[in-house]
Design a protein around this ligand. Structure first.
Ligand code: FAQ
Length: 318
């Protein structure tokens, strides 16, 4: 049916769908810029979930109890699942998953800056759940209303699982805070190290964000980077108080006029350094992903050979 419509008609249909707050689906015509933006954001998000398995995966063999180990294994498996739904969503836009992986392992596509920081002690596992999953939820709940149907639908399940991840992190930290003085120091140390990188997860300030205006117009993003960062700070300060840790920002205080917490300046030089590949763990993360991909080549070959054999069998039978 779309073949009979001219490009201006298709464009009007697309704009109308966005204006009505309806969903764009894989069958629909989309402007090339929309397709590219959507593939970029979904691929970066998928890569983040897959690379994001590494910092916590580092602690699976050293979890302090069977219960903590089972929880951590389940969480890391969920992240693999999120990566897979997201790669599938990117495929509905015509992206090739093998190509996306190739771009990741050759440094041509980004993943979240947050996963380039090391996990130095077990409290980091709790703080990743509390702050990193907390920031991810804050950013992703509005994406459940994103204009691209397959992405928005994937986000519903992802957010549900991430909210469980956030709670497990907070519960782990609560337990440690009720423990020894040394455990409390570990939690404070992990909070000090992860706070600022968590704020960077929301992306550059709005004034320096090249994609926000267009992505908001296309209703891919529903809020700007700064709006979501502020929402995260407002939500997290009372949680830190309840936990009994200090957030490492002397300028953090309630501003009754704005009805929000004011906070200090983020080190954007560090953010840019991490994005350029020079963060503390960038090289290690990508090398590990590349090795896992290469080691898995035989599985992909075997799966393709099996699929071809089944296809030949079906053709013969027909
Ligand atoms: N890190 O113009 P903007 C998770 C890039 S999942 C790296 O503002 P946009 C789950 C940006 O892509 C975490 N790159 O861009 C989990 C753009 O790149 P370009 C991932 C960043 O897209 C938890 C350039 O800078 N979540 O944590 C970052 O409008 C625990 C200019 O920026 C998502 O991907 C960054 N922090 O807004 C797993 C959510 N920020 O154009 C394991 C979906 C910006 O040069 C354990 N994505 N860039 O290629 C989004 O909401 C958006 O893409 C933003 C960026 C908000 C991240």
């Amino acid at each position: 049916m779309t073949a009979t419509l001219s490009e201006p008609d298709l464009e009007r249909h697309f704009e109308g769908t966005i204006a009505r707050d309806a969903r764009i689906e894989p069958r629909d015509w989309v402007p090339e810029g929309y397709r590219k933006t959507m593939i970029r954001q979904i691929a970066q998000h998928a890569h983040s979930e897959i690379i994001g398995m590494q910092p916590e995966g580092n602690w699976i063999t050293r979890a302090p109890s069977l219960r903590r180990k089972a929880i951590l294994l389940a969480k890391v498996q969920d992240e693999a699942g999120h990566g897979l739904y997201l790669y599938s969503a990117a495929e509905t836009l015509g992206a090739d998953r093998a190509e996306l992986t190739e771009k990741l392992v050759t440094g041509r596509q980004k993943y979240s800056s947050i996963f380039n920081y090391p996990t130095l002690n077990f409290a980091d596992v709790g703080v990743i759940g509390w702050l990193v999953d907390g920031a991810a939820i804050c950013n992703q709940v509005p994406l459940c209303r994103s204009s691209y149907g397959p992405y928005a639908r994937a986000m519903i399940r992802i957010c549900k699982e991430e909210s469980f991840h956030q709670r497990q992190g907070y519960e782990l930290l609560m337990t440690m805070m009720k423990g020894t003085e040394q455990q409390r120091r570990m939690v404070q140390d992990a909070t000090d190290r992860w706070w600022w990188p968590s704020l960077m997860m929301f992306g550059p300030p709005d004034a320096d964000s090249p994609n926000t205006a267009q992505s908001m117009a296309w209703k891919i993003k529903r809020h700007t980077n700064d709006e979501l960062r502020q929402r995260f700070v407002d939500m997290t300060v009372p949680q830190a108080e309840a936990l009994g840790v200090t957030l490492p920002d002397p300028e953090l205080r309630w501003n009754p006029e704005r009805g929000h917490y004011d906070f200090g300046e983020i080190d954007w030089t560090e953010f840019k350094r991490v994005l350029s590949g020079a963060g503390p763990c960038n090289a290690e993360r990508v090398a590990h992903r590349r090795a896992a991909h290469e080691n898995g080549a035989w599985v992909r070959e075997a799966a393709a050979a099996h699929a071809a054999k089944s296809r030949r069998g079906r053709e013969k039978a027909a």
